[in-house]
Design a protein around this ligand. Structure first.
Ligand code: HEC
Ligand code: HEC
Length: 328
């Protein structure tokens, strides 16, 4: 008798289980439930809104000060969620749903009891990355390489980026190894984040001008570089082949906005394969190297043959780079 009982109970329990499972699926299929569970500020189609509660629910993890000849040009403050910090410390990764927000602020500065001190003033923009390990939005151009990528207007807080490959990725290539995030600047993430500190990082941020073999983290970054002198030197050395107006291709590509750009990407210019296949990012340092020895940084590029002597004076290279930082 008791044996028959237990034989019958099995199928009933399984049936109830299936019923619950089926209702569960229906809920999710209704649409938003799944996305809501992923993120409260990502829409069904993958559009990214400004997180309504920010900065509530976020923790500050670090900041960047961007150098300029006048002092500190911008302060970047980076935030994430407490859970993302603990997950990263544990696993060395940002897990699905992790959020990073970078707030870019202009500065004011004055003499203080600590010296010349600068503080974040008005917000210029916000950048946001949200981790997506499931490729949720394959056809939305804000998503790819494991993240959703967004940028917000400072006044309206509307999302203003259109394509992460064009708007973001090139500049994050140096951080590709650490899932596109410059983790070494955020000590609270622990030792897992510190593995990728750049070899040329310098205490205090500025290299000594004449360290042998060090062609200069300092180029174009203050330390005596002078954009006005650079404009003149550019006229003498570069203007024959390069314009600084957008789309103004000549013998060489337009150099408008070149600082921070990936090599070989100025629209409307037919690059050599060497230049267009290069992964070089035009950081101030790379531009200085390229114009010191135009054949070397990107072997086989056409400027190497057209302008082999380059610019031999270090101060002049720094000035030219400082000037290029002003042509946007
Ligand atoms: C001109 C180059 C450049 C562009 C363009 C750019 N970034 Fe970045 N981004 C950086 C650099 C360099 C850092 C770290 C240093 C800093 O902020 O100065 C950074 C930091 C960040 C951070 C903080 C987390 C981290 O990686 O350290 C976020 C978030 C971010 N960027 C998102 C974006 C998004 C989204 C876009 C596109 C809409 C974008 N960025 C476009 C260069 C760039
Ligand atoms: C005689 C012509 C010539 C002169 C002079 C010259 N360049 Fe170039 N430059 C080129 C050409 C051509 C290219 C494209 C190379 C290729 O596609 O391989 C180039 C490419 C570049 C690039 C890469 C741009 C990009 O969009 O990827 C930079 C940066 C650059 N030049 C900077 C300079 C600077 C700064 C000077 C002056 C110090 C200078 N060049 C002088 C011809 C010249």
């Amino acid at each position: 008798m008791s044996k028959r009982h237990s034989q019958n109970a099995g199928p009933i329990i399984i049936a109830i289980g299936l019923l619950l499972f089926a209702t569960g699926c229906k809920e999710t299929d209704r649409g938003r439930t799944g996305v809501d569970a992923y993120s409260s500020f990502v829409t069904e189609g993958g559009d990214i809104n400004f997180p309504a509660d920010f900065p509530n629910g976020y923790v500050f993890i670090g900041s960047w000060a961007v150098d300029s000849s006048d002092g500190v040009a911008d302060i970047h403050s980076v935030y994430t969620r407490p859970v993302d910090v603990s997950n990263f410390k544990e696993t060395g990764k940002f897990l699905d749903g992790a959020v990073l927000v970078k707030e870019v602020s202009g500065t004011l500065g004055a003499t203080h009891t600590t010296g010349n001190a600068f503080w974040a003033h008005e917000t210029k923009t916000w950048f946001l990355m949200i981790k997506d390990s499931k490729q949720r939005f394959p056809s939305n151009p804000l998503w790819g390489d494991g993240w959703g990528w967004a940028r917000f207007d400072p006044d309206t807080k509307k999302q203003i980026s259109t394509n992460y490959k064009a708007d973001c990725l090139g500049c994050h290539i140096p951080a590709k190894q650490s899932d596109w995030v410059y983790t070494y600047a955020y000590p609270v993430l622990g030792p897992n984040g510190q593995a990728t500190i750049p070899k040329d990082a310098v205490m205090g941020g500025r290299a000594e001008e004449d360290t042998p073999g060090h062609s200069g983290v300092i180029v174009g970054q203050g330390a005596g570089s002078d954009a006005a002198a650079g404009k003149v030197a550019f006229g003498v050395n570069c203007a024959g082949c390069h314009s600084v107006t957008t789309g103004g291709a000549a013998v060489g590509p337009s150099l408008a906005g070149v600082v921070g750009r990936k090599a070989g990407t100025s629209p409307g210019y037919a690059y050599s394969p060497a230049m267009s296949n290069s992964e070089v990012i035009w950081t101030p340092e790379n531009i200085a190297k390229h114009i010191e020895k135009p054949k070397e940084l990107i072997p086989g590029n056409r400027m190497g043959n057209l302008f082999p002597r380059g610019v031999q004076d270090a101060k002049q290279r720094g000035d030219i780079v400082a000037y290029l930082q002003t042509v946007r």
